[in-house]
Design a protein around this ligand. Structure first.
Ligand SMILES: NC(=O)C1=CN([C@@H]2O[C@H](COP(=O)(O)OP(=O)(O)OC[C@H]3O[C@@H](n4cnc5c(N)ncnc54)[C@H](OP(=O)(O)O)[C@@H]3O)[C@@H](O)[C@H]2O)C=CC1
Ligand SMILES: O=C(O)[C@@H]1CCC=N1
Length: 257
């Protein structure tokens, strides 16, 4: 049983708590300044608390507050060298956090799919941390990256779910306009993304070859793909990713001040 505390039970903290609870093997303490935040995670945490002292004995403490709140929490958080502090705040570097704590700091960029244990996470660390490896493995897939690439990861897998929700929404919307029931279109669109993603993860084939596999000669898909290839969609999706990356870099500059 691993003792884990999560500081900040909002969207991301709540998703981590839900996923870890589903995985099992974790004793979870959920801390927030606002008891209302416990409403959606009460069923998944072993303990909810508004007393920061209650997180001080956990092997792993996850800092899941907004970037500008991180320094305020660190001021009051007194951890020991044998503990691990996982920081997930966009743009807040390991150095900024490590300068305020004795704990070993690990920087992770998670995403909302922690909730269903389908998270894509990027981690940057000096040395692998067994507890964090186990947590990330239980919550989905993770890759180790250099911290100087964390802004790109923040845009790709941190913000990425929102971009994908948007694309699912666009496909669902048009299917409804073309006559399909909204709920059925939602299921078909979402499951299609899930299936396509799973296909990529389980295959060695390139994305181009996978597209090719769906395009039957003279069939339907190629008609749709021609619309996409003739459009600016690839550029626009890339620009969305770059805008998120730039904002992450800006947050990093603000956090250094
Ligand atoms: N949302 C996402 O998909 C992702 C978020 N992140 C990172 O996770 C962090 C949290 O984001 P998100 O969950 O979206 O934010 P939320 O605002 O949803 O959650 C933050 C929570 O922290 C609470 N809080 C505020 N001050 C304190 C404090 N001093 N001590 C403890 N809790 C406090 C907030 O309460 P109140 O609302 O009352 O202020 C809120 O419940 C951010 O740093 C973000 O960069 C990373 C990857 C993905
Ligand atoms: O929007 C944000 O700033 C956070 C970080 C990545 C996803 N959500």
């Amino acid at each position: 049983m691993m003792d884990v505390s999560v500081i900040g039970c909002g969207n991301m903290g709540g998703a981590l708590i839900t996923g870890l609870s589903d995985a099992g093997g974790y004793r979870i303490t959920a801390y927030d300044v606002d008891p209302d935040a416990f409403e959606s995670i009460e069923a998944y945490a072993d303990r909810t608390t508004t007393d920061l002292d209650d997180v001080r004995d956990s092997e792993v403490v996850v800092l899941a507050v907004k970037p500008d709140i991180v320094p305020l929490v660190l001021e009051d958080l007194d951890l020991r060298a044998e503990q691990t502090l996982v920081t997930i705040a966009a743009g807040v570097s390991t150095d900024v956090v490590a300068s305020e704590t004795d704990a070993t700091v690990v920087r992770v960029m998670p995403n909302l799919a922690a909730r269903t244990r389908n998270m894509a996470a990027a981690v940057a660390w000096e040395a692998p941390d067994e507890n964090v490896e186990r947590m990330l493995g239980d919550l989905g897939e993770f890759v180790v990256i250099d911290e100087n690439l964390m802004d790109v990861a923040t845009a790709l897998n941190g913000s990425g779910p929102a971009f994908v929700f948007y694309l699912v929404g666009a496909m669902q919307k048009r299917a409804v306009e073309e006559g399909l029931d909204a709920e059925k279109a939602r299921v078909l669109a979402a499951q299609t993304f899930k299936g396509a993603a799973e296909t990529i993860l389980r295959s060695e084939e390139s994305i181009e070859d996978l597209i090719d596999a769906v395009c039957s000669p003279g069939g339907t898909t190629i008609e749709g793909m021609d619309v996409l290839w003739d459009s600016d969609v690839e550029q626009e999706v890339g620009d969305a990713l770059s805008a998120a990356r730039r904002r992450s870099a800006e947050l990093a500059e603000e956090a250094e001040k």
